[in-house]
Design a protein around this ligand. Structure first.
Ligand SMILES: [Zn+2]
Length: 265
């Protein structure tokens, strides 16, 4: 779908299923007059292929793809459908995929042929700062200690759009970490900004109301954890408090890490 159209530039988003075990992975395209810039690569092979088909259907060359962070639901699709595209990432993200990408793939053996058959490591490093690509101004920033230790965000000031990926879970349950307070402060800065469209890593494009709802979710989770809830009791509490949010499968991914010290792959 097209989320914004301003001048020569269109912002597209492609969202995987909200149903079953899917977690509504959201990947995006900035279409300028001359070409395409992609953000993230999807998780499961069928969605990676569909995202590639969507991009190819626009009839312009893919100039590059940015990987936001090292969680596999954002880069597994590189190996499925984007091996021929220049891949950019922060040094930390590229280093992790290079060092642990195969471990991560092996760790997801249960996915069978939904997982990629190879790992594609980002070769190009993103430096925080400004760049002009296809006539569009991009601001690259590294955000630390939120949903992940290192997250790339991309701002397009001329369009009022921020690609925030997993800083925002739009209409779905959040993947929680031990950095809830700092994460919340980062979201509060977004509320004070002049941007009005926030492209998430999961779910549909978000406005400031959804950013505020994410802040409220983080606060409720922090209080529940401070009150001693863990694992299933914590999950039950959050499901009861947020019945409208989709994709509860995310709890089973992060609870063993948040409360049990499971591996981060
Ligand atoms: Zn994610």
């Amino acid at each position: 779908m097209v989320a914004r159209h301003a001048g020569d530039v269109r912002i597209h988003t492609f969202v995987a299923s909200f149903a079953d075990d899917n977690i509504a992975n959201a990947t995006h395209i900035i279409e300028s007059r001359s070409g395409l810039v992609l953000v993230d690569a999807q998780f499961l092979a069928p969605y990676a292929r569909q995202f590639r088909d969507y991009a190819d259907g626009l009839g312009k060359p893919i100039d590059r793809l940015y990987v936001s962070h090292r969680h596999p639901d954002h880069w597994f699709g590189l190996g499925t459908a984007f091996g021929d595209v220049p891949i950019y990432a922060l040094t930390e993200t590229a280093g992790f995929i290079k060092e642990h990408g195969e471990d991560s793939r092996n760790d997801h053996w249960k996915l069978g042929n939904l997982a990629p058959s190879t790992v594609v490591v980002p070769q190009e490093m993103v430096k925080p700062g400004e760049a002009i690509i296809g006539g569009v101004t991009y601001l690259f920033e590294e955000v630390t200690d939120t949903e992940i230790d290192s997250m790339l965000t991309i701002k397009l000031p001329e369009l009022g759009v921020q690609f925030v990926q997993d800083l925002i879970y739009s209409g779905t349950h959040l993947y929680l970490t031990s950095h809830l307070r700092h994460w919340s402060r980062v979201l509060q800065d977004m509320l004070l900004s002049d941007y009005d469209l926030f492209m998430p890593g999961h779910g549909l494009p978000a406005d400031k109301n959804e950013v505020a709802r994410n802040i409220e979710y983080l606060a409720a989770a922090g209080e529940a954890i401070a009150g001693g809830l863990t694992n299933q009791a914590f999950k039950d509490f959050m499901l009861h408090r947020y019945p409208e949010r989709k994709c509860p499968g995310i709890f089973d991914i992060y609870l063993p890490r948040l409360f049990g010290g499971a591996s981060d792959y």
